[in-house]
Ligand binder design. Structure first.
Ligand code: ADP
Ligand code: SF4
Ligand code: MG
Length: 356
């Protein structure tokens, strides 16, 4: 496996809320390799967004206490002075959120925002930066990029604005790109274009990607590895094949069971079947259950320890060696997954999946 771009170790985030302290991220550890895409999945409220906001110092210190380590190319993001962190955001780590207006300045033209970003981190003339800005807008599929440069964010549609934000994030070829439901609001054609562009960036610059999404179709298409979050914890992670084809944790199995059956018959009015979500609701982070964080909703409860002891993240198997040409079983991704552990935090996996 290639050297990690990012190493997260025991990341914890406690938020001060009117209902008392909320333990939103509870000991998250993972790595993102160069050129690798790690998809982070889990229901709403699992702590996905907070965990990446914490990495980039984007949670206000008065409400959030962040501990652990998050080493980006040799530097710990969590102990870095704010000034250094501002330098790192952009060329070191780019981030795209679901709502583009959180990232765009409404009073500056698109061109100015892109050009400023490009020039802030490189010795580039204004004219060359403008040329590069137009090229980036073309690459993210914006029609008439030259004209778009002179427009203000409110003059563009939501989908166009999101493509601008993605262009800004890619403009400095960051070593880490974090996409938080970045393409959720875009139509599938544009989504596919953006994913192609990110993959090109990864091939050219070895960019590591954290892709937060609830769309398991996207996960299957882009991820090398998958991290499943529940109650602020990683309950399962492994190669995309391991997690999607051999899920070990009852929660992951529940999520995968909620995939629409594409082969199912369409109703008389053209309606598609409803998703079968995991029954029940995630626990509030102010009141996490003792024992396995999933036990109140778990249909398995295979062990007397479920309600009292927290299961550690244990290896359930190891990814098979890469095939000829470095392809994994699905053939979709590089062979970096060979030998990587498939881990799950559950007392029941031992019975279901033989340990490697
Ligand atoms: N600013 C905040 N103040 C209080 N609680 C918050 C804040 N932001 C997020 N939370 C809580 O933290 C938990 C995780 O949120 P989030 O990371 O946004 O989940 P996800 O991205 O997985 O949907 C949720 O329970 C949410 O209500
Ligand atoms: S540890 Fe127990 S409660 Fe938790 S997922 Fe496994 S069987 Fe369910
Ligand atoms: Mg979120």
């Amino acid at each position: 496996m290639t050297a990690p771009v990012l190493e997260v170790e025991d990341l914890r985030v406690r938020l001060r809320t009117p209902r008392g302290p909320a333990d939103v991220v509870n000991g998250l550890s993972y790595t993102v390799g160069a050129g690798e895409t790690v998809a982070v999945v889990g229901e709403s409220g699992s702590g996905k967004s907070v965990s990446v906001l914490a990495l980039l110092g984007l949670l206000p210190a008065r409400v959030a206490t962040v501990t652990g380590r998050a080493v980006l190319q040799g530097e710990d993001l969590l102990t870095m002075p704010p000034q250094r962190l501002r330098q790192v955001r952009g060329p070191g780590a780019g981030m795209v959120f679901q709502d583009p207006m959180t990232s765009l300045n409404p009073v500056l033209t698109i061109g100015r925002q892109l050009v400023e970003g490009i020039r802030a981190h490189g010795d580039v003339s204004k004219q060359a930066a403008r040329g590069r800005a137009a090229e980036l807008l073309r690459e993210v599929g914006l029609p008439d990029p030259e004209r778009a440069l002179d427009r203000y964010p409110h003059e563009l549609s939501g989908g166009m604005r999101q493509r601008v934000v993605i262009a800004i994030a890619l403009s400095n070829s960051p070593s880490l790109l974090i996409a938080d439901e970045a393409t959720t609001a875009l139509d599938v054609t544009v989504q596919a274009q953006i994913i192609d562009l990110v993959e090109k960036l990864q091939d050219e610059h070895g960019t590591g990607v954290i892709w937060i999404t609830h769309d398991l179709g996207v996960v299957a298409g882009i991820a090398d590895r998958v991290l499943v979050m529940y109650g602020g914890r990683c309950v399962e992670d492994g190669t995309v094949d391991d997690v999607l084809e051999r899920p070990a944790h009852p929660y992951t199995r529940g999520l995968l069971g909620s995939l629409p059956d594409l082969a199912a018959p369409v109703g008389p009015d053209g309606e598609v079947p409803e998703l079968t979500a995991v029954p029940g609701l995630p626990p509030p982070p102010t009141d996490l259950p003792p024992g396995c964080v999933f036990w109140p909703r778990c249909p398995v409860r295979a062990d007397p320890r479920c309600e009292t002891e927290q299961p550690p993240l244990a290896v359930v198997s190891r990814a098979a060696a890469a095939g000829p040409g470095g392809a994994t079983a699905s053939g979709a991704h590089a062979g970096d997954g060979a030998g990587l552990p498939h881990r799950a935090a559950t007392w029941c996996a031992e019975e279901e999946v033989p340990r490697g």
